[in-house]
Design a protein around this ligand. Sequence first.
Ligand code: ADP
Ligand code: MG
Length: 336
Amino acid sequence: MPSEFELIARYFTRGTTHTLLGVGDDGALIAPTPGHELVISTDMLVEGTHFLPGTDPGDLGWKTLAVNVSDIAAMGARPRWATLAAALPAADEAWIAAFAQGVFACADEFGIDLIGGDTTRGPRNFCVTIFGEVESGRALRRSGAKAGDEIWVSGRPGRAALGLAHLQGRLHLDEPELSDCIAALQRPQPRVSLGLALQGLASAAIDVSDGLLADLGHILEASRVAAHLKIAVVPAPTFQRDAWLAGGDDYELVFTTPATKHADTAALSQTLGLALTCIGHIEDGPAGRIDLRDAQGTPIAAPRRGYDHFMSLPEAGTVSPADMSLPEAGTVSPDA
Ligand code: ADP
Ligand code: MG
């Protein structure tokens, strides 16, 4: 059975490209690029909460890093370094090798050096801290959306939730949707190029980890504004619509741009080869309110906004099936 140090040396130690001192000492040394700010974010993946037991280790390695890359993308920054804390139930070398391969595949794709971490025995759980860089003063925040700005979303949200529902037997998908939705769930593609292109263009941005309504809600609350969503752009079948509006785990970006920049934003879609859809606009109103209407302008009921770890715990005693739809049709209240 390999020791902790053999595991680290064998699977988590690799050459770096832009790091002074990486894995192997008590701390790593990095030299931030002059004129830049560091963007730092941490995300944890816990078995049973964020991934199903039995998930392919290569996919899991990719996703463990990718969800962190997505936060850097949402800040309009470039990912540069990461640390990885891993709790593993056993020193299963085939599993760890495949997991590490997934981590490094994502690291290579986005130009990240793995510079340290911690390895311990325990229930399977991974925690990455990622360090990105952005030119000073250029980071995107949640707090800059203004009345009149347009709301855009990248890609096709809801695919990961549909893939998960299929794996859980709650829904049946056929090809080619099946492969597409499973890929969205297991190998999410963080929108780094989009985030970088939105510097100086977007007034606010966030990545969709918990669900589009929930994450848009964070922009609205941080910016003290409300939103009007054009439901006509959303797929019609109820389950798909709910996945689109409230399904988490897609790692698309939701962002706002001034209406005067509509053409520039639309042109980005061409440049990046990535769907960008204008889904509504920001308006003055109670902070966090989302007004959902159908193509005729009739208010429609929204699904639950998104995923909340603590609200979803049965012990909390506050979640009933009734919470899945909202009391006041058409308006999602800030505390929904
Ligand atoms: P210490 O006891 O000083 O905290 P460790 O023995 O935990 O150091 O780790 C030894 C080295 O290996 C450190 O540089 C640490 O950052 C790195 N490391 C440990 N686990 C991982 C991992 N899963 N991925 C990357 N680096 C790791
Ligand atoms: Mg340690």
